[in-house]
Write a protein that binds this ligand. Sequence first.
Ligand SMILES: Cc1cc2nc3c(=O)[nH]c(=O)nc-3n(C[C@H](O)[C@H](O)[C@H](O)COP(=O)(O)O)c2cc1C
Length: 223
Amino acid sequence: MSISDYISGRYSVRAYKKMPVERVVLEKVLNLALSSPSWGNTQPWEFAVAGGAKLEEIRNSYVESAKAGVSASPDFPFPDFWPEKNKNHYFENGKKLYKLLDIKREDKAARDNFQLRGTEFFQAPQVIFLFLDQELSPWSLFDLGIFAQSLMLAAYGFGLGTCPMAMAGVYPDLVREAMGIPSSKKLALGIPIGYIDESDKINSYRSTRILLEDAILKWDDLG
Ligand SMILES: Cc1cc2nc3c(=O)[nH]c(=O)nc-3n(C[C@H](O)[C@H](O)[C@H](O)COP(=O)(O)O)c2cc1C
């Protein structure tokens, strides 16, 4: 596979096979991600990898909290506003995904059920939780995003699926408590990782992208 295949082929995987990823493969993926660039090579990323009984513990506590209606309290607050054009992409994406899954807008039970799949980290056998120390600036979040993309591309190269998930950070205290991580480490993203369940319809979904000319503000003097 070429670099183009990796970048264009990766997609968010939302159903996984039960088989866990071998530790040696996880280490290779994480080691590759460590070669990501960062501000002044500060390398702010820290992570916790949960699998087996520990992940079940976290998964169960997430589901219990969600079912009990506990409010999300992400360390990095979710946006409550999107400019019009971004909001349109956001809604369009959700609408297409729901259509594929045959979930009607008015069917609250089906929508709740889908949300629950996210709360369960899409039943991935392992989840990589990405943290930043509380002393870091917002710029380090930029670095962590690059790290996340490297990790997902590396995983894809090993035939693995991933999904960057803000939702995996809705109850950061539960993750810290289960994994013994101090409160000074702020949870930014959870990335489920595992072998792709191709038989699940959800994994046939592919999001779309804007055109080059829609992203370019100015393209000048290129000859
Ligand atoms: C920071 C970030 C947070 C995300 N959070 C979630 C999430 O909580 N649940 C989910 O299903 N997908 C989540 N996604 C995945 C996006 O929906 C997905 O990347 C986007 O629709 C593009 O699709 P693709 O990844 O398949 O190319 C997130 C992506 C990013 C970058």
